[in-house]
Design a protein around this ligand. Sequence first.
Ligand SMILES: [Zn+2]
Length: 414
Amino acid sequence: MERQSNLADLVSNAVNGAQVVDLHTHLFAPQLTGMNLAGIDELLTYHYLIAEVLRFESVTPEWLLSQPKSVQADLVWQSLFVDRTPLSEAASGVITVLSAFGLDPQSKNLREARAFFSARDPVSHLDEVLRIAGVDHVTMTNDPLDPLERKSWDEKPEIDSRFLSALRIDPILNDWPSSFKSLRSNGYDVSVDLDDQDVAEVRRFLDDWIGKMRPRYLAVSLPDSFSYPEDSQRNCLIRSAVMPTCREHALPFAMMIGVRRQVNRRLAGAGDGVGLADLTAIERLADDHPDNRFLVTTLARENLHGLCVVARKFANVLPFGCWWFMNNPSLVEDTTLMRLEMLGRSFVPQHSDARILEQLIYKWSHARRSIARALTTRYEALEDSGRVITKDDVKRDVTALMSGVASEWLGLTC
Ligand SMILES: [Zn+2]
């Protein structure tokens, strides 16, 4: 008994004290102006909570989404936090954030929270959020086809070194018939046909933006129907543009697979669903491109076991994070335990996917609990088999899981 509680405390202290390298978020460095989301109204109108409030309130999605953010936030607070216990993970995350700042999570309204957040100095607030969350580095999601973002990068900003960039290329890979027009209007001589000259121009576009953004990887989110090999424009672009570009710049290619966009269009940003992906696509891609590296996460829980098997066969595939609908404490613990059993520590257990700054606080404090529990279970099994677990073992493993593996794949030297 004594051993168990000591071990659990040792692991939990190590995990709680570890600095994190966050492999994927939707946060932006302060220098990329006008794109940061923060504060109580943003937290409460996050699409997870919009979907949840519509299960309890007899308002239409159209009405709710047409209201000012403060009205939406008031309704979410009243419905999910005052009239009901905030049981869901997304709701309990808001409680964790409020508690971290000493705000009353039982409050009947948002007056105190709004006054608190609006009085914060953005620079010191960012520092404090990163300090509370224990996050060293935040990887952004950077879209060069977004006009606002493109303008910011064209001004050659001196990006805060805690923020790392990732070049997101969803429109190009998922909708060439529309996105080629955006490339063309940005000075690239491309056509809808995607012939050899178009592919060369896509490579020039990628090279140009790698030069501007200095990304740590290229990234795409893919539908559950993603397939490889197949005769499609997406496959052609992956094979002929993305793979050689990644090799040339020594960058991994991140794939987030399994989203079914807009299964309920009325919910707009909250309307995406999940589907089971065919992981033979990852096997074939990794097999055809042994000199490329692939960061992979899947949205369906049922795909995560298969992904561990793929990673056992292909060392150039790294499973990362518990994405979106997987970001629930029970699933993070379960998934982390399975990955430890199948891959040792050669994976990244979690990324925050934070879209609103303060989400870093709850995503990481909740993930740390799940990761510590999973690691403790593995250590207990090892001790039962006769291997004594030392403080140094724990420190080494926790460092690898919380920052080391991610740092290596991101090319960080910290
Ligand atoms: Zn994301």
